[in-house]
Design a protein around this ligand. Sequence first.
Ligand code: PHE
Length: 342
Amino acid sequence: MENSTMLEEMALRALDEIACSKAMTELEEIRIRTLGKKGELTGALRSMKDIPEAERPPFGKRINEIRDQLTEALDKKILEIKQADKVVRLKEEAIDITLPGHKQRIGGLHPLTRIYYEIRDIFVSMGFEVMDGPEVEYDKYNFEMLNIPKDHPARDMQDTFYVSNDIVLRTHTSPVQIRTMLKQDPPIRMICPGRVYRSDDVDATHSPIFNQVEGLVVGRGISFAHLKDTLDRFLKEFYGEATKTKFRPGHFPFTEPSAEVDATCAKCAGKGCGVCKGTGMIEVLGCGMVHPSVLKGCGIDPDVYTGFAFGLGLDRLATIKYGITDIRLLFENDIRFLSQFK
Ligand code: PHE
């Protein structure tokens, strides 16, 4: 009788503990202690040999009942705890989708970069290569080889920052054309974009640092007709198909003949406005046939090859295109100004 009392007490205690437990680890301990291989129920089974034979069957039956009862209670409790854990976890992981999100500030390209990319893409589509060169340049490449000898009045055209007697801050990107002709045989078809320097006082239309894109084509039989058609095509692509161009005689020491090119004013479409001073046209380019002595100086035979060159001011094109009235805005990097060009 003593054994069965102990068994019942053990069962009651275990059921009570299961009911009170709050964690899976506690339940696991109870399971091992009662139902485990060396557990209390196994112990009770072993003790059967000590009780009178007649009492064994009901005792054994009771052990089995208690095992089922405990297993069921444990399973139920495990489920309850899992359920409770899940509720807590869901609460912790909840995201309030009604909260406003963090605004992403997306940057944009600088207006000069945008204009340059447009120009570059047009010339690349016509088969031009893009070349680069230094901003601190030999006087020789910036002037002398471009037909502008030292002490020649032509130097006055470009107010120059001299680094030393022989070195300048490049006043145009033409020296990149010299460098290209020195190292590459014709045919040549290239553009050279970049920053250039002139010792101008700063005002609404002048800056000591500005940006150019120049171009050069050298080959057999290149004529002024190629020059006109290439630049006319470029300006139509850039400003729109309705754009008209006008080539006026001009002068540059490194081209002969030289021309200046006007295009229909982008602002008023040719009607006449403040930007074009009522003329309907606006000057956008300088160009000409490469002077024979420039070709010769670069080791290219002017009797075999001819070429044309052109140059445009990026800053000027940007101010015209976007109706910017003060060139300084392009260099100040005021975010209120720049964020208008997305
Ligand atoms: N290098 C000239 C300038 O900066 C522009 C130009 C280039 C003109 C090529 C004609 C031909 O003023």
